[in-house]
Design a protein around this ligand. Structure first.
Ligand SMILES: Cc1cc2nc3c(=O)[nH]c(=O)nc-3n(C[C@H](O)[C@H](O)[C@H](O)COP(=O)(O)OP(=O)(O)OC[C@H]3O[C@@H](n4cnc5c(N)ncnc54)[C@H](O)[C@@H]3O)c2cc1C
Length: 329
């Protein structure tokens, strides 16, 4: 007989865990099911013997009052800090300085606030949900031979991963299908010695790359000289099906080309670099902002995620928390 929960939550990213935290604190019996081997979703970190990389979300803002209060609590607990790296923008000809806003990062990696949220919550990793079936009084969630039952199920996956899990023609599947998400190829760079560029992070408004950041300029990352570059949505879409090796080769070239016209000293020495590539198939995208940052149907199924709340880490948190409040009514 499968175990029965009040709420099953699919996905251990910011939306799923912020929802789970509120529900469990209110006394609900909650289980989170996550297909990856660890917490984070798009806030995950890569760790090797060469150090760490935040290869998904780079930082987050906290413009919403509730989220700002949560960020302050995380900061107090040491799992979040302000990133004060030198930020520049590059248009192919000149540098400019973007507007000054507070940029927050998890410490020691972007997924640290998710570890803070997850304390004491039952989470099963390496569980890829393949479908949901309606049962008497709720839902059965399936992953191969395994199954779990609950009165309510929250799907907190990126929009494009919702449809295949839901019964054909379900209204929530139709909603999710209306949100198109963009991919992002990430290049993870390790240099055997410091690269003395005059910025720690760079918005790039021209060419295949759109972002470059010195990971080690973020608090708590250690001294390894690790950088992350992101390809633009256009480039990532056009090269979506490349192998990681091929994407790595092309993006490494783009990384080198970036410096041709740049008036900088201290360029990377390419023979001292090690690089690899990671594809985020569903990196970003959101529906136009609606009154409610979640979707709840009266059969016990619900959706949360950044894509329902304007995108970004902040939106994912807002979505998860608002959905939890609605489920507790
Ligand atoms: C390259 C990149 C750069 C970004 N930069 C920024 C930034 O600088 N600032 C910012 O605020 N935001 C940024 N973002 C966006 C930010 O990461 C997201 O808005 C936020 O993390 C989304 O959280 P979420 O919980 O909604 O979704 P996710 O983090 O995607 O969580 C969904 C979870 O569901 C799991 N899942 C999916 N399918 C299944 C299944 N079938 N069974 C079980 N589990 C499943 C996934 O593994 C994942 O863990 C970036 C994202 C990327 C990819």
């Amino acid at each position: 007989m499968p175990s029965h929960y009040d709420v099953l939550i699919l996905g251990a990213g910011m939306a799923g865990l912020s929802c789970a935290r509120r529900l469990q604190d209110a006394g609900k019996k909650v289980l989170v099911l996550e297909k990856a081997r660890g917490l984070g979703g798009r806030m995950a970190c890569r760790r090797t013997e060469k150090g760490t990389w935040d290869h998904g979300a780079q930082y987050f803002t906290a413009s919403d009052r509730d989220f700002a209060a949560q960020v302050a609590a995380w900061q107090q607990a040491g799992s979040v800090a302000e990133w004060q790296g030198k930020i520049q923008a590059w248009d192919g000809q000149r540098f400019s300085t973007p507007s000054a806003i507070q940029r927050w990062v998890g410490v020691p990696g972007m997924n640290a606030p998710l570890h803070a949220l997850a304390g004491g919550i039952e989470i099963l990793f390496d569980v890829k949900i393949t479908g949901l079936e309606a049962i008497d009084g709720g839902w059965q969630v399936l992953a191969g031979e395994q199954s779990w039952q609950a009165s309510q199920v929250v799907l907190s996956t990126p929009a494009e991963q919702v449809g295949p899990l839901l019964p054909a023609g379900h209204a929530l599947a139709t909603l999710a299908a209306s949100c198109q998400m963009e991919p992002c190829w990430a290049l993870l760079i390790h240099s055997a010695r410091p690269i003395a560029l005059p910025f720690d992070c760079l918005f790039i408004n021209q060419g295949p790359l759109s972002w470059l950041a010195r990971n080690s300029s973020k608090p708590g990352r250690g001294s390894e000289e690790n950088w992350v570059a992101h390809a633009s949505p256009e480039w990532s879409r056009q090269h979506l099906e490349l192998t990681p090796d091929k994407a790595c080769a092309m993006l490494s070239r783009a990384f080198g080309d970036l410096f041709h016209d740049m008036p900088v000293d201290g360029l990377p020495v390419f023979k001292l670099l090690q690089m690899s590539a990671h594809r985020w198939r569903f990196a970003s995208g959101a529906l136009p902002v609606a009154d409610l940052p979640y979707a709840l149907s009266n059969d016990g199924l619900a959706l949360a995620g950044d894509w329902l709340a304007g995108g970004k880490v902040e939106g994912a948190y807002r979505s998860g928390v608002a959905l939890a409040a609605a489920l507790l009514v």
